[in-house]
Design a binder for this molecule. Sequence first.
Ligand code: SF4
Ligand code: SF4
Ligand code: FES
Length: 191
Amino acid sequence: MARNQQMVPVRVFRFDPKTDKKPRHETYHVPIAGKTVLDTLQFIYENHDSSLSFRSGCAGGGYQRCGACPVMVNGKPVLACAALIEPEMTIDPHPKFEIIKDLVLDFAKANKRTKEIKPTVQIEVDREKCDGCRDCVLLCPLKVFDLRKIRGKTVSIPSDQESCCGTTCRQCVVFCRNQAISLIPVQSRAR
Ligand code: SF4
Ligand code: SF4
Ligand code: FES
């Protein structure tokens, strides 16, 4: 590590349900320049505490995103491999799924805590363009979409928008064959 690299404190959620009575946050000092949230977790693992648990698969290579790394940064849902580190940062587990340990989630066990999330995007599906192919339902790592029959036509509905990792993910937008999905940043909608 370069000696003059700027370091910032980062608070990280820690909880092992098997041994801990309650969750806590630990603070670590990490380099900020050009790093993603996933790089930061990796740095902590290698330099501070190898007991920190988190997931990574593809490490964000292009749009080959595996969806393994959803976390909350300052209350907003992001993919850790795609979001850049911020100077004041608290990293928490994404609340859509049960916690196995620290930031590792059990994707088979959804819970109902997504109301805690401040959504970063509004998802819109153009029902004229959608042909109900189900691709978005299957590939969304946060299970945001359901298929519903509306006026005799099967279409995708973004039924759990709060969970979406928004512009750090965009898997559904990129892979929808009919360009039926739009992500609209919440801030620009409010203006
Ligand atoms: S991927 Fe596109 S066309 Fe297929 S169900 Fe989803 S929105 Fe509809
Ligand atoms: S951008 Fe699309 S695929 Fe990614 S989490 Fe949001 S809804 Fe799911
Ligand atoms: S590690 Fe694959 S999406 Fe982040």
